[in-house]
Design a binder for this molecule. Structure first.
Ligand SMILES: C[S@@+](CC[C@H](N)C(=O)[O-])C[C@H]1O[C@@H](n2cnc3c(N)ncnc32)[C@H](O)[C@@H]1O
Length: 670
């Protein structure tokens, strides 16, 4: 009895607190919304109608003419006329070909599969895009995804804070609204709150960096967020956390006296480029300043003193002096080292228990969202230890085949990549023979290094854009790495709808399950065109377990040559027959629309029961709808097959009526 009473009181207290906080939140929300709406209101001033004859054409636009736009406000039955100068567009400002934006990256990014949620529907303004099959590849729209309501989350944190509950206690309480829902992270499992509420007792995997903390501590806290594997962009990644060692400290490669070769203009009156050799450092540098600079030297040792001085807020010449001291200290540390080097740690890629998280999936069938597989949850590959069914689409073949694959090998026994039969990437390879020499190209096993790339430029060709050499290349020289997103087969399939519609594809198939797509993320190598008599070839290599593609010259190439490789027989097969020399896609599209329209109606426009059909691409006199000449507002219009209402109609009808008034004006002048 006593116990029950205590539970009831506790529950009563909890419910009352939640209700109080909820009401406070509502009140705050009401005030906030009112203030925001007030801030958005502005004084309405009607645009005056210009009497005929007073319409002015600006001097700069003389010869270009002007147009009158009619704006109808349907609810007020008012009509306003606006004069707009018609501008002649300079060729320099002509629109660039319609290329989607592509984020530049220097390394492949492991994406795996696109989300089941579709953030937006591509080409939604283009009726020719077959959106239905594309939509079928996705389960929901992004807005249908369930997120934890931020108000509820605030309510939960505030309740923890006021009642000194632990997050776990809150998660266990069955209170409407606060009850954890399936698919949404429980409060106790969240680890990214900026400030933890009072009373929080759960262990936090993430410590928010505090401004008062030492620079190295802030950096350590921030970097804990990132995965050790430079190819993985998953924050707090669980799959790769122990897979790779920390990225080794970079060592300076440029001598301090050589730094001025890289600078042109002094950054200010304290710049190291002006001679300060005799001036002492007498500004106060406290321990934090020195630690910050030391950290900067360790993480970006070849950074210019001008840049470091901005970060440290110290005079530039003093930064250079400290850099010299830092290099001397490094040298003495090196000479103090015992002459016999300890053996490098072994790179255990051939040991799946170390290389991959050894957490068996614990399910029978193929790995999927229902099976709680850690790889699946983290959008990562299925690794050997997952013990997924062979049919799993995410299985990383590289894990098994790396031991037998023959690549260009390092023959130095000092190099652990050699032992692991892997290509070496000195940035992530422990015990690489290139690390001590400070020259990444010195390792004979180095395969794809940015420093070895050729200078190139992108220019127009017969097949859209293409890649051209800006310097000579010898046979076997590396041109550049083909980078992009590493995606799995289901995502390749769903992206294929967009590729076929666009008429251009950037997919490089690695094997039956995985491809590199540089449609949205990549570098200039995405512009390399296909030719059967290619001058380059693309080699796929496994570098520390990740697939990478290098493009190499197969013959000596002169500066100005277009870089071409053979896409292989399947590329054009999957996307229809090898295309003929293309017309400009825009022209082709417009011509087809015009042809269809003229066939349907020789006067070039159509009127249907609902309104008008207009082309927003080629609006000219022919497109003026008959209904615009009749009285009464248009309530609905059909633009290129899409029915539109409200503001869309206003825009269409105002453009159309401007064309009507122009044609009337011309007729009366005539
Ligand atoms: C990797 S992209 C190459 C860059 C492309 N030209 C551009 O402007 O973005 C591949 C696409 O270029 C076009 N392409 C490249 N070489 C071609 C060729 N020999 N014949 C026809 N189309 C080609 C095809 O549209 C193909 O899907």
């Amino acid at each position: 009895m006593m116990d029950t009473g205590r539970v009831d009181t506790r529950e009563y207290e909890l419910r009352a607190t939640v209700r109080d906080i909820y009401e406070e939140l509502l009140e705050w929300d009401r005030q906030y919304s009112t203030k925001t709406l007030q801030g958005l209101q502005c004084q309405y001033e009607p645009v005056p109608t210009l009497p005929k004859g007073k319409r002015k054409v600006s001097d700069t636009q003389k010869g270009s003419g002007s147009e009158v736009f009619s704006m109808e406000t349907f609810d007020k039955q008012a009509n306003t006329q606006l004069v707009a100068d018609k501008m002649k567009m300079d060729v320099k400002f002509a629109p660039v070909p319609r290329y989607e934006s592509c984020t530049p990256v220097s390394r492949n990014i492991v994406v795996g599969d696109d989300s089941d949620h579709m953030p937006f529907s591509p080409y939604s303004d283009d009726p020719k895009f077959a959106f239905e099959p594309y939509h079928e590849e996705h389960k929901y729209f992004e807005w249908q995804k369930r997120h934890l309501d931020p108000d509820l989350e605030m309510l939960a944190i505030e309740t923890i804070s006021r009642l000194h509950l632990s997050p776990e206690e809150l998660d266990d309480i069955e209170i409407d609204g606060l009850k954890p829902q399936p698919g949404i992270t429980r409060v106790s499992q969240r680890r990214d709150y900026p400030e933890m509420p009072q009373g929080w007792s759960g262990a936090l995997p993430y410590n928010p960096p505090h401004v008062e903390a030492a620079p190295s501590e802030i950096l350590r806290n921030i970097t804990r967020y990132f995965c050790n594997n430079p190819n993985c962009l998953t924050g707090y990644c669980d799959s790769h956390s122990d897979e790779l060692p920390d990225i080794p400290l970079s060592l300076p490669t440029v001598a301090s006296d050589a730094l001025n070769n890289a600078a042109t203009d002094p950054c200010g009156e304290d710049c190291f480029l002006l001679d300060f050799s005799t001036r002492p450092i007498n500004d106060p540098w406290d321990a934090t300043d020195i630690e910050l600079l030391q950290l900067l030297f360790e993480t970006s040792p070849d950074a210019m003193p001008c840049d470091l001085s901005v970060i440290c807020r110290k005079p530039c010449y003093q930064v250079l002096k400290r850099r010299k001291d830092y290099l001397i200290s490094l040298d003495s540390a090196r000479s103090d080292r015992p002459t016999k080097r300890p053996l490098p740690p072994r790179f255990n890629d051939h040991d799946p228990t170390r290389y991959t998280p050894n957490i068996p999936c614990g399910h029978d069938g193929p790995c999927n969202a229902m099976s709680d597989c850690p790889c699946w949850n983290n959008d990562a590959h299925c690794t050997l230890s997952c013990r997924c069914d062979k049919k799993c689409l995410r299985q990383r073949k590289g894990c098994t085949c790396s031991a037998t694959r023959k690549g260009r090998k390092c023959s130095s026994t000092r190099c652990s990549c050699f032992e692991a039969h892997l290509e070496c990437d000195p940035r992530i390879c422990i015990g690489c023979c290139a690390r001590d020499s400070h020259d990444p190209t010195s390792c004979r096993n180095v395969y794809i290094q940015q420093g070895l790339w050729k200078a190139t430029e992108v220019s127009p060709t017969d097949w859209g854009l293409g890649l051209f050499l800006l310097e000579d290349a010898d046979e076997g020289d590396m041109i550049m790495e083909y980078t992009g997103e590493l995606i799995f087969e289901p995502t390749t399939r769903s992206r294929d709808h967009v590729v076929s519609h666009r008429g251009r594809g950037y997919l490089f198939q690695l094997n039956s399950t995985m491809s590199i797509d540089s449609s949205y993320v990549g570098n200039a190598s995405r512009y390399i065109n296909h030719n059967k008599n290619a001058n380059c070839r693309a080699n796929i290599r496994l570098v520390n377990g990740e697939h990478r593609i290098g493009v190499f010259a197969t013959k000596p190439l002169k500066k100005g040559t277009e870089v071409l490789f053979d896409y292989g027989p399947s590329f054009f097969q999957t996307k229809g027959a090898e295309p003929q020399k293309p017309q400009k896609p825009e022209d082709q599209e417009i011509q087809e629309i015009k042809k269809k329209r003229l066939k349907r109606n020789p006067r070039g426009y159509e009127v249907d029961a609902h309104g008008v059909t207009l082309s927003h691409r080629s609006l000219d006199e022919k497109d003026v709808p008959m209904q615009m000449e009749k009285e009464g507002p248009v309530t609905e219009a059909v633009v290129d097959g899409w029915r539109t209402e409200g503001e869309g109609v206003l825009l269409v009808s105002s453009i159309a009526s401007s064309v009507v008034s122009q044609s009337h004006a011309r007729q009366s002048e005539g």
